[in-house]
Structures are given as C-alpha cells and as structure tokens.
Design a protein around this ligand. Structure first.
Ligand code: HEC
Ligand code: HEC
Length: 402
C-alpha cells in the first residue's frame, strides 16, 4: 500500500511547517521566531523595550518611523528588520550578539519568504474566525476510500502525512468500537451476532442509527459536558452535603438525546429564564450557573463566598463557551493576556445581577437547580423578598412531579 500511495500522491507536503516554496504562515512560522528572539526587547513590556520598537503588534511592525520600516510587504530589501537579522555588521545585527540569541539560516530564510509572499499578519489563532475549508477535490481513491464526504478531508490529511487509510475493521470489531464510541457500553453478545450475520450493505448505517437513537447515547455524550460544566451531586467543602442537581443533569442528557442544536443548548443554559414564557425545562437548564461549589461553613463571610461563586460562573462560562480561560485576569493584567482585569470585572458584573446571587445565608439558600443569568429586576425582587423567585416555583413543580 505504501508504494501504491507514493505513486498516487507524488506531491507530499508536511503540514507541520512551510516547505520550500510553500506558503509561509505568520502564526505557525514567523511569530515563534519573533517571540523567541525579539520580543524580549521589542515586545509588550514597555520597561524593557529598546529603540521604542514593538514587533508584537501589526501596527508597530509595519510602522514608518522617520523612514525606517521594520517590515515592508513584498520587499525584504526595504524591511529594516530583515536587514538587521542578515547584516554582516555586528553593531547592527539583531538580535544583538551579546543577547546570547541568534537566528538560524533557515529562520532568516523563512522571514524573507514571508515578506516576499506579502508579509500577511495574523492575530492570535484563537481569535481568527473558523472558515469553511475548500473541498479537497480530485483525489485518487485509495483502499476503497473515500466512502463519504468527510473521508475526502481525512484522505487529504493522510496524504499530506504520507499515510494510507487503515483496512476496514471486521464486523465484530466494528460493532464493539461503534457501540463503545456512541454509548460508552460494550455491545451484547446477541447484538454482536446479529450484526456479524447481517450481510446488507446498509448494516453499518442501521447499527449507527440504532445507537444514536438509544437513550444511552445522550448519557454517554453528556459526560464531557457535565465535567466541563463542573457538575456534582454534592456541594463541596467540608460538609460536602448532597444537592439535588440531577434535574439539570437529566436536562443535559435529554437535550443531547433530542439532538438540540448547540445555539439553543447555549441559550437555555445561560439564560433560559429570560426566554418568553420559559418552560420548566428552560428554567432547569439554567442550573448550569449553579454548578459551582457551595460553602455551608457557619463562619463563612457572605460577601466573600458570593464573590467566589460569581468568579466561578465567570471562569466556567469563559472556559466552556468562549474557549478562553479568563481566570488569570481576576487579580492583575498580563502582558500577553488578551483579557484585561477590567474586562474580567465587567463580566463579573453580569453575573453579579443573577437572581439569588445576593442571598445572605449561603449554606441554606441553595434550593434547587435554577439560576439564570437573570434580569436585574428579578434579582432585585428576589432580594427584597417581594415576589417568590422563579427558582422556588420551578422547584415546587419539580417536587410535585418527582
Ligand atoms: C537584547 C535586546 C534586543 C533583542 C533581543 C533584539 N533587539 Fe532589535 N534592537 C535592540 C536595540 C538596543 C536597538 C537599538 C540600537 C540599534 O539600532 O542597533 C534595536 C534596534 C532594532 C531595530 C531598528 C529600529 C529603528 O527604529 O531603527 C530593528 C528593526 C530591530 N531592532 C529588529 C529586531 C529584530 C527583528 C529582533 C529579533 C530577530 C531584535 N531586534 C531583537 C535590542 C534588541
Ligand atoms: C488570586 C489572585 C491572582 C490570580 C488569579 C493570578 N495571579 Fe498572578 N499574581 C498575583 C499576585 C498577588 C502576584 C504578585 C506576587 C508577588 O509579587 O510576589 C502575581 C504575579 C504574577 C506574575 C509575576 C509578574 C512579575 O512581573 O513578576 C505572573 C507572570 C503571573 N502572576 C501570572 C499569572 C497567571 C498566568 C495567572 C493565571 C494562571 C495568574 N497570574 C493568576 C495574583 C494572582
């Protein structure tokens, strides 16, 4: 198979870095060079900055300061930074020889090619919107591949790494893998025999559909989300008392089994209570915001525990929905952190308004699954005790059902 593939795919590119003549990517190829060799003196730290030059922001890297331009798209000979890394004059050379740093020839070459190719800057990869990739067309078949549209993309990557698709697994292996993957459980002996004996070309499709329809599917898929959303059946801390958070857990399992779209899954958990005429399920969904630990210690200081709860909500929401760990910004700004402390506390402010967030007796106040992002009105009314909270009425309904 290896020889066959080599014949089929004479052009092989290594996806890990730009090959000769291939496109140079700023984030993959250039940023690491600048970061390792230049940012110490031309980076975000204003106190350590030399020659008032920054090379970590696009505007500065392309600035024109009295005719000196660090990078000029398409023109290495006019790019002062390129001249500085290639000059024979030790007085001008960058990084300065006494810094103990030096660029290799291939790094200099990459910088030259990047400039020649247009010196395209990229922001931090996490903030580049995902783009639908072009469809990898016109590929030769290999080992019976591709079988479906997704295979085209897999085959494309395999080809880039000079790999061949693995042979198709036998029936007994296949049902075991698919069942464990989709339900977390092994197939029963009867299921294995039935699948092994099913010679229909649609047997595998039917197997997958049966597994997707199984309630075990949602239970299995929920696990990763429950972990990310810090689900627990007890409150944590010293007494670690039991809590009735399983209503929310069951909501997640059910949402996955019903194949709820991710946007709805998000809306209901973050702010289901703010939807027009929210259903009981939509109220329970907001239990996401109450998955943090609860401190029932007698001497706990209410204001302090409340801050901890709200910070937990901010950090978890940042991590699971923004894909961004924002927690470091709680106490101070960082040179490389795109989230400032100021922004962290603006986020805190949002959750500070959450219904129930201001109750005083933190050991006793935890009543049930619900805590939406909530409107301030609701929170204020709850606080003043003038209206029963939606949390209480939702819990009442759950209790009546249970
Ligand atoms: C240890 C500190 C240090 C490091 C590391 C360093 N530089 Fe410099 N750089 C300086 C100093 C000091 C100057 C001002 C003196 C001079 O012009 O030679 C300077 C000046 C420059 C200038 C000229 C700025 C102007 O306006 O004239 C450029 C361009 C430059 N550096 C690029 C780089 C690049 C690219 C790197 C990494 C490959 C780098 N430097 C790494 C200290 C450093
Ligand atoms: C609970 C508050 C708090 C949080 C959260 C926090 N820090 Fe800090 N950080 C501090 C304090 C206080 C100092 C100063 C310590 C000292 O000077 O002894 C510090 C110092 C630092 C320093 C040294 C700065 C310097 O100039 O010497 C770095 C780097 C740092 N923190 C990074 C981080 C990172 C990364 C995170 C997230 C993983 C983080 N911090 C989260 C409170 C915090």
């Amino acid at each position: 198979m290896a020889t066959l593939l080599a014949g089929l795919f004479p052009f092989v590119c290594n996806p890990a870095h730009a090959v000769d003549g291939g496109p140079v990517e700023f984030n993959r190829d250039i940023r690491p060079i600048l970061s390792d060799n230049c940012y110490q003196c031309h980076g975000p730290d204003a106190n350590k900055r030399k020659a008032k030059l920054r090379l970590d922001t696009e505007a500065d890297a392309f600035r024109d300061e009295a005719g000196v331009r660090p990078f000029v798209a398409g023109k290495p000979s006019e790019s002062e930074a390129y001249r500085r890394i290639t000059t024979a004059d030790a007085d001008d050379l960058m990084p300065p020889p006494d810094s103990g740093r030096a660029l290799t020839d291939s790094e200099k070459e990459l910088v030259r090619r990047w400039i020649e190719q247009g010196a395209k800057w990229q922001n931090h990869w996490a903030f580049i919107p995902a783009k639908r990739p072009g469809f990898p067309l016109g590929q030769a078949r290999a080992g019976g591949w591709p079988l479906n549209v997704i295979d085209h993309f897999i085959l494309d990557r395999l080809r880039a790494g000079q790999l061949a698709p693995s042979p198709v697994a036998g029936r007994r292996t296949l049902i075991r893998r698919a069942t464990l993957d989709l339900t977390g459980l092994p197939p029963t002996p009867a299921e294995i025999e039935a699948f092994a004996a099913d010679s229909s070309p649609r047997a595998y499709e039917r197997l997958v559909n049966r597994l997707l329809a199984s309630p075990r599917y949602g239970e299995h898929m929920a696990q990763a989300w429950l972990d990310a959303a810090r689900y627990a059946d007890t409150n944590g801390f010293q007494a670690d008392r039991t809590r009735n958070q399983w209503h929310w857990r069951d909501w997640v399992v059910d949402a996955l089994n019903r194949n709820m779209p991710f946007d709805q899954f998000t809306i209901e958990q973050l702010a289901g209570d703010l939807l027009p005429k929210p259903s009981l399920g939509q109220l329970i969904a907001t239990g996401f915001n109450r998955n943090h630990m609860l401190n029932g210690e007698g001497g706990a200081i209410a204001a302090e525990t409340q801050v901890e709860y709200v910070v937990d909500r901010v950090e978890t929401t940042g991590t699971v929905w923004l894909g961004l760990t924002v927690g470091c910004a709680r106490c101070h700004d960082h040179k490389y952190d795109p989230i400032s402390q100021n922004e962290f506390y603006r986020f805190v402010c949002l959750f500070q308004r959450t219904a129930g967030a201001r109750r005083r007796r933190h050991g006793a106040h935890y009543q049930g699954a619900h805590a939406g992002t909530g409107g301030q009105d609701q929170a204020t009314r709850d606080h003043a005790g003038r209206a029963p909270s939606r949390a209480q009425s939702a819990l009442g309904q759950v209790r009546r059902r249970a």
